[in-house]
Design a protein around this ligand. Structure first.
Ligand SMILES: Cc1cc2nc3c(=O)[nH]c(=O)nc-3n(C[C@H](O)[C@H](O)[C@H](O)COP(=O)(O)O)c2cc1C
Length: 187
């Protein structure tokens, strides 16, 4: 399938709406919810069985996905800010909880992503950082962009990307509670 050509138009995610997907251990899509389809413009048929990079936006630095995969492959959940590409070329920003899921034997057998709209403040902070990471990646590769990210986070007094996003977002107890309920519904 040809990748859509990105256009500089944003799709706004409604507050209190969530985009969810479940993948196998390789990142191939197993399930999505209706709102995920509504926002990205692909039908369930077009998504199921496809690699999740179907919605990958070229503005996203590789380093972010590298860190995300390292976390979940080590059995740890992580929250990331992601810019995604819709079928018609528009983009949408999401805060995403990437989580591991286990089978009855306790083995990790799939991953789940739960996404919602980030505040303007978060996008305002993340956009220039990702732009810089992408620039570094294009010139010197991902290892250098990972180093650049580490240095930036150190200078901000945070130990890693996940902690940085958690601090930026500062999710309230009530929001965490509601999100937890939705995640359980989609399990
Ligand atoms: C549960 C889950 C959800 C994902 N959701 C997204 C997503 O919304 N957007 C995205 O670009 N990549 C997502 N990914 C990561 C992709 O699998 C992929 O690593 C990423 O798009 C980078 O693509 P590339 O490996 O072709 O460079 C997800 C992965 C998992 C395991």
């Amino acid at each position: 399938m040809n990748k859509p050509k990105p256009i500089d138009k944003e799709i706004k995610i409604k507050p209190n709406k969530f985009l969810m997907s479940v993948t196998d251990l390789k990142g191939d899509i197993l399930r999505v919810n209706d709102y995920f389809c509504e926002i990205c413009g692909y039908s369930k048929n077009e998504l199921i069985g496809k690699p999740h990079n179907i919605v990958r936006h070229p503005d996203m630095p590789k380093a972010v996905f590298y860190i995300m995969w390292k976390y979940i492959q080590n059995g740890k959940n992580i929250t990331a800010v992601v810019k995604n590409l819709a079928k018609d070329g528009r983009y949408y920003w999401v805060i995403t909880d990437f989580e591991i899921r286990r089978n009855e034997k306790g083995e990790i057998d799939r991953f789940m992503a739960f996404r919602y709209s980030p505040s303007k403040k978060i996008v305002y902070q993340i956009e220039p950082l990702y732009r810089k990471l992408l620039e570094v990646e294009k010139m010197d590769g991902m290892n250098v962009s990972l180093e650049y990210l580490d240095d930036t986070l150190n200078s901000l007094g945070v130990s890693d990307y996940n902690e940085y996003i958690k601090k930026l977002e500062n999710r309230s107890v009530i929001t965490s509670f509601l999100i937890g309920k939705f995640k359980k519904l989609f399990n």
